[in-house]
Design a protein around this ligand. Structure first.
Ligand SMILES: O=C(CO)[C@@H](O)[C@H](O)COP(=O)(O)O
Ligand SMILES: [Fe+2]
Length: 214
């Protein structure tokens, strides 16, 4: 069964704590938090201050997806705010290996994210270092976009590499995930899917979560 990380980007920002508690009670496995800086992506969302305010409202792990330039500068702040997992974009890191080590030094799980146009070869040398690999199945910056099918090839290759090399990274997929695309991700070898609009905009959120998990 897939695990699900509802993205609070699609939640009602005027009542974020209730939104987090809602998906927690309905079967979410993680809370996915999209951090955007208006530079790496053309949108601005939230920072460590809001993460810290949400921390007392759930015991679910916070999966913090940093879509920001110079992520090293903020790793400590997100740790102090209560992050459990931090994923950084390979496209935003000048010294990816160093950034991953920094996340681990702060005793969080570390992950690397690839945009849809970025080849898997870019992360071949950090496969042993990462706890998570996040495959973007839309271009980052906004919720509610359509799943890019080519992402499935990347998931399948990562799954194959994981088996061949006896590695244990979690394969996560983000963008345009709904009941149908979740099944394709699962078949390709994904472990966790992020879902924003498919959960928070659903009439029946519990059913949406159940169906996405499979
Ligand atoms: O990181 C991002 C977008 O950049 C995602 O986490 C979105 O928030 C997913 O939203 P949906 O595509 O599920 O609506
Ligand atoms: Fe995300």
């Amino acid at each position: 069964m897939l695990k699900i990380a509802p993205s609070i980007l699609a939640a009602d920002f005027s009542k974020l704590a209730e939104e987090v508690k809602c998906v927690d009670s309905l079967g979410a496995d993680y809370i996915h938090i999209d951090v955007m800086d208006g530079h790496f992506v053309p949108n601005i969302t939230l920072g460590p201050g809001i993460v810290k305010c949400l921390r007392p409202h759930t015991e679910l792990p916070f999966d913090v997806h940093l879509m920001i330039e110079n992520p090293d500068q903020y790793i400590k702040d997100f740790k102090e705010a209560g992050a459990d997992i931090i994923t950084v974009h390979v496209e935003a890191c000048r010294h990816l290996h160093r950034t991953l080590q920094l996340i681990k030094q702060y005793e969080m799980q570390c992950g690397v994210v690839l945009n849809p146009h970025t080849p898997l070869e870019m992360i071949k040398h950090v496969l042993q270092e990462v706890d998570w690999i996040l495959i973007m199945s839309v271009n980052p910056g906004f919720g509610g976009q359509t799943f890019i099918p080519d992402s499935l090839n990347k998931i399948a290759t990562l799954n194959q590499w994981r088996q061949e090399q006896n590695l244990s990274y979690v394969i996560e997929v983000d963008g345009g995930v709904n009941e149908e695309t979740a099944r394709l991700c699962e078949e390709a070898g994904a472990d966790v899917v992020v879902a924003g609009s498919a959960v928070f905009n659903a009439v029946d959120r519990q059913l949406a979560i159940q169906k996405i998990k499979g």
